[in-house]
Write a protein that binds this ligand. Sequence first.
Ligand code: BEZ
Length: 255
Amino acid sequence: MAQARPDSRHQHWSAGSYDTHARFVSDLATGVVEWLSPKPGERILDVGCGDGVLTAELRDMGLDVVGVDSSDDFVTVAQARGLDARLMDGEALSFGPEFDAVFSNAALHWMPKADAVVSGIARALKPRGRFVAEFGGHGNVAAIVTAMRAIGERRGGDLALANPWYFPAPQVYQALLERHGFNVKRIALIPRPVVLKTGIEGWLMLFRKPFFAQFGDGAQHALAETIDLLRPALCDADGNWTADYVRLRVEAVAS
Ligand code: BEZ
């Protein structure tokens, strides 16, 4: 699910922080699992399996699941759940045509080389295999990205660090899939406002620490300014924060 590379642009994952601040991600996966509609015994590849909570649910439904993730920390935790979890970059999948379906939840937006991702997925599927995924779509966390960009401009920072993600519009993603031989059965943008039980600061520090770290001693001020900008849009009168998530959900069939 992550690109755990050493440079500051990329995300470092801690399974513990993820569990504290982002457990809702696997909790909200019912809809995409329904689209997968798995049958017991099917062999499924879960791309960006993270800490394996959802992957384990798929296994417990009687599926033969392999999970891959590019974060050591996540793969270790997923293996401890007894899963067949492997350290592998989603942008460089190395499977042949062995899966009945490729599944992914809340991971593909961390893999901007979408052409490489879809190509690896196409190679991993048996003929007529399904690809079912949900991830950030066009407009996802738009207020959050805009606030970080505003603070980045104000402080002369690197704006690219405010938005390292891939959030495609449906027609763009459909065209990409078709170029790789998929027949898109259904694709939709789904607004998904999510109440952040641990607030916005935990979310920003979990997912965009490199953006704030670039300001060195000014990191805490940059964080406070970003939160001030976001408050009117994302915080209610009782102090509850809601993230402006938008999902792209897709089901496609390989040729
Ligand atoms: C998401 O699940 O949409 C998401 C999570 C973290 C950062 C950006 C997007």
